[in-house]
Design a protein around this ligand. Structure first.
Ligand SMILES: Cc1cc2nc3c(=O)[nH]c(=O)nc-3n(C[C@H](O)[C@H](O)[C@H](O)COP(=O)(O)OP(=O)(O)OC[C@H]3O[C@@H](n4cnc5c(N)ncnc54)[C@H](O)[C@@H]3O)c2cc1C
Length: 429
């Protein structure tokens, strides 16, 4: 028998779930198809000893107003904490960077360079020539503002950690947007939010609300094709062979996958083809003791296997987990040797780097370890990408696309929530 819905959504990440919630709230019949056996996509929520954790570290930012509204509506509590941030240089050399004042204690640069850097960071809200920034790399722009050494010591390791082999191709306008977003810290540090009970409690609340209003969320259901008729999207086929029909289709999948599902042509196809997602690896450790007092440490030496150490339990109370929770995170290229290691080999490599950076740490402090990797961790924000981002409305009528692939400059859950709300508004008509 033919199954018909008002809207079919491909992917049960935050964009798919929020769009489904908004649509079912307006009385629309919705089906969400998710290829994995969990909801939450790039958050990768999972339960350990009855507590939600994220496979990939997550927090909320002060300006995440759409998520705050939604949390209120869903009765999901957000707790706020001042986060301590640091830079780590080998061997075991840590600089606190929690507040703007810490810059002036950064002995790796001369006082003259620190002042120059301070002025640059304080000036991110000043007017800029947007056209010029859209056409140059972050590297060239930063060097023109602060000079080569501050770039190499301060910015390059961070860009390298986030973008690896793409480091020199990252656009200056994206970088400025990022700086603005992260410059809202007070003299005590940046306030970051977290869902009480974990991000999994929020995504589960969304699922409950969708299902209460008659929506369906199908797990283990990979979409293999978007069915079209006379230039209109009319449904999807699953790789198990079943077909489902709808008035609208929303895709929230990565660009590479989207190109396989939909028959785009010409300029639009080229636009999607130019978008590239990067991969990420997070090793999650449960330990018997804490390693530092910081929430987030940028690991500044390129020789290390991971580029950020995130002590979740310096942000959330460790007593709720009965242990300390630590992420070792990196964004290696998908062709790199690291990406192709097995989970066991990866774990060994990461622990080796961990002990090299923190000689006080030893393997017997680890209670358990899990390796999470995703080849869809967000766009590589190349020079000029802003002009190339695809609109939510595609040339195939009634087919919309949204999520990380058009989130700019922040690939955050709040940006995805905004995009989801815009898609839902169009499809509720
Ligand atoms: C390491 C890391 C840390 C992050 N930290 C933060 C943070 O601290 N704060 C913040 O705000 N944001 C953070 N983000 C970003 C945030 O997680 C994403 O912006 C957001 O989750 C993206 O949601 P999405 O629904 O657009 O995409 P996704 O979550 O990628 O969802 C897409 C879904 O589509 C499914 N899918 C793919 N192909 C198919 C198919 N053929 N058929 C059916 N389903 C399919 C996928 O399995 C996936 O579930 C982080 C991201 C990463 C990777």
């Amino acid at each position: 028998m033919r199954e018909d819905y008002d809207v079919i959504i491909i992917g049960a990440g935050i964009t798919g779930l929020i769009s489904a919630y908004e649509l079912t709230k307006r009385g629309k019949s919705v089906a969400v198809f998710e290829k994995t056996d969990y909801i939450g996509g790039a958050i990768r929520p999972f339960k350990e000893d009855g507590m939600w954790l994220e496979g990939f570290y997550h927090h909320l930012f002060k300006g995440d107003s759409v998520i705050f509204e939604l949390a209120k509506e869903l009765d999901a509590e957000i707790t706020w904490h001042t986060s301590k941030i640091a830079f780590h240089y080998l061997p075991d050399d840590i600089y606190n960077f929690s507040s703007p004042a810490d810059l002036f204690r950064f002995r790796k640069l001369s006082m003259r360079e620190r002042i120059k850097l301070g002025k640059f960071l304080a000036g991110v809200y000043w007017p800029v020539n947007a056209d010029r920034l859209a056409s140059i790399s972050a590297k060239d722009w930063i060097i023109s503002k602060v000079g080569g050494l501050p770039y190499r010591v301060f910015f390059e390791p961070m860009l390298n950690a986030k973008f690896g082999e793409y480091l020199e191709e990252i656009g200056a306008d994206w970088f400025l947007g990022r700086l603005k977003m992260r410059s809202s810290r007070t003299w005590r540090g940046e306030r970051l939010g977290y869902f009480k009970g974990g991000f999994g409690s929020f995504t589960e609340r969304l699922r409950e609300k969708i299902e209460e209003s008659g929506g369906r969320v199908f797990l283990g259901s990979e979409v293999s094709n978007i069915i079209t008729e006379s230039g209109h999207a009319i449904g999807v086929s699953l790789n198990k062979g079943r077909k489902f029909y709808s008035r609208y289709v929303l895709s929230t999948v990565p660009p590479e996958v989207l190109l396989k599902l939909a028959d785009f042509t010409g300029e639009y196809r080229d636009k999607i083809r130019k978008l590239e997602y990067q991969g990420t690896i997070c090793v999650l450790l449960a330990t018997r003791s804490k390693v530092t007092d910081y929430y987030w440490i940028n690991m500044m030496n390129k020789t290390l296997r991971f580029s950020a150490l995130i002590e979740h339990t310096n942000f959330q109370n460790p007593s709720q987990y009965g242990r300390h929770i630590i992420y070792l995170a990196s964004y290696p290229g998908k062709d790199s040797a690291l990406w192709n290691l097995s989970d066991n080999e990866l774990l060994k490599e990461y622990l080796k780097s961990f002990k090299e950076s923190f000689p006080r740490f030893s393997d017997d402090l680890v209670e358990w370890a899990k390796v999470f990797r995703s080849d869809a961790a967000g766009l590589v924000y190349r020079i000029g990408i802003r002009q190339n981002l695809p609109d939510i409305q595609t040339p195939i009528r009634n087919l919309f696309i949204g999520g990380m692939l058009n989130a700019y400059p922040k690939r955050s859950i709040d940006t995805c929530a905004r995009i989801a709300a815009r898609c839902a508004e169009k499809m509720a008509l």
